[in-house]
Design a protein around this ligand. Sequence first.
Ligand SMILES: C[S@@+](CC[C@H](N)C(=O)[O-])C[C@H]1O[C@@H](n2cnc3c(N)ncnc32)[C@H](O)[C@@H]1O
Length: 398
Amino acid sequence: MTAHPADLPRQLADHLERAGALRSPAWRAAVESTPRHEFIPEFFQRTDTERGTMWEPVTRTAERGRWLELAYQDQTWVTQLDRHVTPGQVSGPVTGEPTSSSTLPSLVVGMLENLDVGEDANVLEIGTGTGYSTALLAARLGDDQVTSIEYDADVAARAAAALTRAGHSPHLITGDGLDGAPGRAPFDRIIATCSVRHIPAAWLAQARPGARILVTVSGWLHGHGLALLTVNPDGTADGRFLPGTISFMIARSHAAPAIPSSLYDELTAELGDAPARPASVGGDVRRDWTGVFVAQLAAPGAQWQARRTDGGPWIDYYIDPVTRSAAALTPVPGGGWSVRQTGPVRLWDDIERAVGTWHDAGSPHTDQFRIHINGDTQTITLDETAWTLPTQGPALSV
Ligand SMILES: C[S@@+](CC[C@H](N)C(=O)[O-])C[C@H]1O[C@@H](n2cnc3c(N)ncnc32)[C@H](O)[C@@H]1O
């Protein structure tokens, strides 16, 4: 790719078209007119090392040529770690948890295509991030039809500056996107580039009948499914999950509460004394895209951690800190898994039942699941089986 700024958006559009993400002339025009480099003047490049994942800063000032070429790659570029670290603040590779990014362009553009917007649509975006996707929306629809909400004030300020540089002035809000933007409603389309445990009631209340909501439903076991919902005139909504394997960082207000180390120690000690039985579903279900999604539906309050002691096997712990329930999955030499459980909720029994139902249905991908919303009751269904999504926040202080 030749690193000439004027050519790069068009080259990115060519790539996105070849990849099948970009399918319409209107979105092609938006990609061609949006300078992605303005939204990522600095970012982290991931490297997997013996010490684990490291994040190397790439900045406009330090390495202009490399930075510019990378900015137009079809890559997610992380722009913030641990809710405060930015690339300009560090001089070499660092560790950390990504908390803001410019998402993979093919994913962003594919989602925008799936949103199926009309020229006069009033659109709400949750998760402004760098502002790149906001700019694409503004380029396509005009500033006045785009409202975008970002939780993190520093991230929001950088996005606002980048949008100005790119010649856009959509409605920007700093706050919790799960509250929506009542002053800008009703919306025809709502799109989120962070994931949620359930669909926020405010989005439904602020959606026009017939509106579409495109959002990744995720949870604390890191299962994901991209849901496309249509809002009915009576305020209920129905939808399906789209093909693919798309994941987004969870909305900050839906993030898992930290498990106090004292509680973790108590529960693992109880598990040490609990009887073991063979597990019909192994701990490796976590590595199956839909398997972990189903496990999460069955145990929405559970969080996963892997630990080992003194060179022993890695043990997968599933801990629900609110009900004080836990399960430990240990690989059995020669194959299979054993499980020990403690607490009032038998987490692994629930997961085995749900995963068993999914296996009996032929282990279909998440795109065979459906989602229904009726007030506070939100269910995900596979054929005749329904799982209820948790619509209350964590009852554990963080
Ligand atoms: C993957 S990034 C967004 C990518 C962005 N659309 C882009 O093109 O650059 C997700 C963003 O969602 C934000 N976020 C997380 N929880 C949020 C919430 N409850 N409300 C609004 N924004 C949130 C994060 O701070 C982060 O910047």
